[in-house]
Design a protein around this ligand. Structure first.
Ligand code: SF4
Ligand code: SF4
Length: 474
């Protein structure tokens, strides 16, 4: 028999009223096996999110996204503007990894790992349950007049939300400008650094707005990843799904009545208690099938399992399952599409590792001074002038740096009083140099020279330049 379906839920998102206003969601406090697992995962991730900017590996911040200075550290590995290609490949690997995971396991990232879900469900919402109470109490408080109780609870909740938003904004800033700078600004006093204080206030306001008011709307209308679900998911993807075969039976779902033989009456196991809807933080009914709003948070699985247990039916009416598993009882298999993603992932990871192993800690660029050709000097010497730039990507100062020519007999003369210089940690050294070569050594008007960069006696980098000379030599 065809399942009678009311498709009107597809016409609008679950958090809008018919006249287009925001329908505030008061989700019931979740409880159950998955919620407990999610709590553990979220504690670990919260520790990681807050701690990552303060952890250092070889002096490099573990994670940093300094957009202004275009310096990024990923897992303690520093990416400079010169390593932009490596950074882009890493980002593509990240995106393909998430796509592979989504194709295989739906929005598992949203429900378990996304910072938005973790902060909202595991931090802000839990304070809300503690202060305002569960679903019904929250609704009642919202609708009641402003009396002493409401003012007290609102002030307490909003103050706590503001403090947490401020903490998150500081952590966010540590990712952007580096934890050292943040701590320095804090100790020197924020008024000394109003240029940073201002963004900090804006970030705090944005986080407050997102977690106190905008909430699930981020996942539903703002997050681009959520929008991708339509193209990434297929019937083989494992998602949080309602087993409509079992739940609806021959004659559809029906309220529970004691001592009634539902099987004989042809009704499914769903007793239409609506608990899965009440617990949903995005305000949808999972029984309508996969929906854009579902963040796979598993709250409805736990809730339905409680109900099934209470009426002595097997758990798992809502569970992690693919559409094919529910419809055709097919088990999970690795599809050609997944194999394609895995292949691309392996290739890109190989490329990235190869490129990273070839990457130098020091990068030298020597460029001809614009508009200069060559100079003929006494003793048949040809001189060219260049500018140099040395980037030190390490956290140690490189001392005693000098240049030497490979193959050619000639001299490299720095336009400074010394023959050597230093390149500061995570910094650069720039200057001008002359290269002087005996005319007899040159093989044409354009000569490719290889320049070796030494720190003491250790060769740390090589680079090439074009050395110009006269057209005829003999
Ligand atoms: S919680 Fe389970 S039984 Fe209750 S309405 Fe949802 S699917 Fe049906
Ligand atoms: S439908 Fe279930 S899994 Fe999806 S968001 Fe709602 S409660 Fe979470």
């Amino acid at each position: 028999m065809e399942i009678p379906e009311n498709e009107s839920f597809r016409d609008s998102i679950g958090t809008l009223t018919e006249d287009g206003k925001r329908a505030w969601v008061y989700p019931k406090k979740p409880s159950g096996k998955f919620y407990e697992y999610r709590k553990i995962v979220s504690y670990v991730l919260l520790l990681f999110l807050i701690g990552a900017p303060f952890i250092k590996i070889n002096g490099n911040q573990f994670l940093m996204f300094n957009i202004l200075e275009r310096r990024f550290n990923i897992f303690g590995f520093p990416f400079w503007p010169q390593d932009f290609h490596l950074f882009v490949i890493s980002m593509i690997i990240g995106v393909i990894f998430i796509a592979l995971f989504t194709v295989s396991f739906g929005r598992i990232f949203c429900g378990w790992i996304c910072p938005q879900t973790i902060f909202l469900e595991m931090v802000f919402r839990r304070f809300e349950y503690w202060i305002d109470g569960d679903r019904n109490k929250q609704r009642k408080l919202d609708n009641q007049a402003w009396n002493a109780e409401k003012i007290r609870k609102r002030l307490l909740k909003w103050s706590i939300f503001l403090i947490i938003s401020f903490i998150i904004a500081n952590v966010f800033l540590a990712y952007l400008i580096g934890s050292d700078k943040l701590l320095q600004y804090v100790t020197e006093g924020p008024l000394e650094h109003t240029g940073t204080l201002f963004p900090l206030i804006i970030f705090t306001a944005v986080f407050y707005f997102v977690f106190a008011w905008f909430r699930e709307q981020v996942c539903i209308i703002a997050c681009p990843y959520g929008r991708l679900q339509g193209v990434l998911l297929d019937d083989k993807s494992i998602i949080v799904a309602y087993d409509h075969k079992r739940g609806e039976g021959e004659n559809g779902r029906k309220k529970f009545r004691k001592d009634e033989d539902r099987e004989a009456l042809g009704h499914g196991d769903c007793i239409d208690c609506l608990q899965c809807v009440h617990v949903c933080p995005t305000g949808i009914d999972i029984r309508n099938g996969t929906q854009l709003e579902c963040v796979n948070c598993t709250a409805c699985i736990d809730e339905c399992d409680h109900i099934m247990e209470s009426i002595n039916l097997p758990k798992g009416l809502i569970r992690y399952a693919s559409e094919d598993e529910i419809e055709k009882k097919e088990k999970f298999t690795v599809t050609p599409r997944m194999k394609g993603y895995i292949a691309v992932l392996i290739i890109l990871t190989g490329v990235l590792m190869g490129m990273m192993s070839l990457r130098n800690d020091v990068e030298a660029t020597v460029l001809r001074l614009p508009g200069q050709l060559y100079e003929h000097k006494e003793g048949n010497i040809i001189s060219n002038v260049f500018t140099y730039k040395l980037i030190n990507k390490t956290t140690k100062t490189i001392e005693n740096v000098s240049f030497k020519l490979r193959k050619y007999k000639g001299e490299v003369i720095l336009v400074s009083n010394s023959n050597t210089f230093i390149v500061p940690e995570q910094g650069l050294a720039e200057g001008t140099l002359f290269i002087e070569i005996d005319k007899k050594e040159l093989k044409g008007d354009k000569n490719k020279l290889m320049i070796e960069v030494y720190s003491g006696d250790e060769l740390i980098e090589t680079t090439t330049v074009n050395f110009l000379g006269p057209r005829s030599y003999h």
